[in-house]
Write a protein that binds this ligand. Structure first.
Ligand code: ZN
Length: 433
């Protein structure tokens, strides 16, 4: 399938050759452009000319969040400041913000990558794209906006929140594509349903950025908004690696195609830092191939995913990884077991009578032991009854016990009682320490 903005390579060997060329360029560029990188590479005993094959990637030292924080405000800058035309920063929930500089070429490359995402989502220039993510110092709004303009569809830059205006624009402008977080998608779908807009609007695709969405949440969004389930897409992305738009699941939804002509993705065991087997969950580690202002060399993202080795029916040469399955930082330890909220998500998603919203509460009682309570919403159409609640409680407790090997107490609450958010929904409440 020919897609606009797709990678220029015609075969896997061409892709690997392009990656090697990009890797050599990146190491040389970082070594001579950034004192911080030069120091790291010298300490690891690697010179740019040592990079002769893609296997030499493994000789390179890792880059971490700490490297970005230590270099604040312009960490790992590898070009003179006068070549920087823009900065973006992460929302900075932990420690200092991560600030990333961009050259003109970086901004252009990012727009090309993002335009490819719209192409893989099956958009055309006729589409009207309502962008309901934040515009500001973070990358979200700018990424969706520049990508949309580069692609050639009509951008409607609304920003997040403002549900009345969102609904009005869906009606008045006939928006066909909505870009938002999954949490915002759920809010919008509930509003579309509540206001009886389904027959009146032309929405046919939703692209989720920045937040992982569970299957249950996606099903709910599809059902309430009238957008087909297959037309819900996930865009992963992080500020350090340009921003959103570095990959997308195509219409077959076999995994997220990532743009391997712009970066190399390794999935490593976070403990041993050795490569995971295909299909095994580990930490995403990325190395950029043509990023100028702040190249990344084996940057540890803390995001967990797995490589999907199969070929996609769409025929794309771009390899695939799974949806982001959580952050290694989100992991919590409960009674000696490592648990990711995504585990719980997955279990709940398979039970029809529960909604997509849940909260995990962790606390310590006077007996010194840790306890977990899971608050779960009943699905919208399930009539509240003590009998059903008890049945659900038992079923969920049993599945968690069997699949995660811990005991928890489940509390079933009414549909719509857990807080929704326009950004990322907080799910873990840990009061143990
Ligand atoms: Zn595909």
């Amino acid at each position: 399938m020919e897609r606009p903005f797709d990678a220029k390579v015609k075969s896997e060997s061409e892709l690997l050759a392009l990656q090697l060329e990009g890797l050599k360029w990146t190491v040389r560029h970082a070594y001579y452009g950034s004192p911080a990188y030069r120091k790291k590479l010298d300490e690891a005993g690697v010179k740019p000319e040592d990079i002769k094959s893609l296997d030499d990637l493994r000789r390179l030292p890792f880059t971490t969040t700490q490297d970005l924080q230590e270099g604040y405000p312009f960490p790992l800058l590898s070009v003179p400041l006068e070549k920087v035309i823009r900065i973006h920063a992460s929302s900075g929930t932990t420690g200092k913000r991560k600030v990333i500089c961009y050259t003109r070429k970086d901004v252009e490359d990012w727009a090309d990558m993002f335009a490819r995402c719209y192409a893989y989502a099956g958009c055309t220039k006729e589409d009207r794209v309502q962008i309901a993510v934040g515009y500001g110092v973070w990358t979200a709004g700018w990424g969706f906006q520049n990508g949309c303009e580069r692609f050639g569809a009509m951008a409607i830059p609304v920003g997040p929140g403002n549900i009345d205006m969102q609904c009005q624009f869906l009606e008045d402008f006939g928006s066909t594509v909505l870009c938002c977080t999954a949490s915002m998608g759920l809010l919008m779908a509930e509003e579309i349903d509540r206001r009886g807009l389904r027959g009146k609007i032309k929405l046919r695709k939703i692209i989720f950025g920045s937040e992982r969405s569970s299957d249950a949440m996606r099903r709910k969004i599809s059902e309430l908004s009238g957008v087909a389930y297959e037309e819900l897409y996930d865009i992963p992305g992080m500020t350090e690696l340009y921003g959103p738009g570095t990959g997308l699941d195509c219409q077959y939804h076999k995994g997220i195609h990532y743009w391997a002509d712009y970066y190399i993705l390794e999935v490593l065991n976070p403990e041993t830092l050795e490569p995971c087997e295909p299909g095994e969950v580990g930490e995403m580690v990325v190395t950029t191939l043509r990023k100028e202002a702040v190249p990344l060399i084996r940057y540890r993202t803390r995001d967990l995913t797995r490589l999907i080795p199969e070929k996609c029916p769409c025929g794309s040469l771009m390899p695939m990884h799974d949806r982001i399955l959580g952050r290694s930082d989100d992991m919590f330890i409960f009674r000696g077991v490592n648990i990711y909220p995504s585990h719980i998500d997955e279990i709940l998603s398979k039970i029809e009578e529960v909604g997509s919203e849940y909260q995990i509460h962790l606390f310590r009682k006077e007996d010194g032991k840790d306890y977990m309570t899971l608050k779960v919403e009943r699905a919208k159409d399930v009539q509240p009854s003590a009998e059903i609640d008890l049945k659900l409680k038992k079923l969920i407790e049993e599945r968690i016990k069997n699949q995660i090997l811990v005991s928890c107490d489940v509390e079933v609450v009414d549909y719509g009682t857990l807080p929704r958010s326009e950004r990322k929904t907080k799910r873990v409440f840990d009061t143990r320490y």
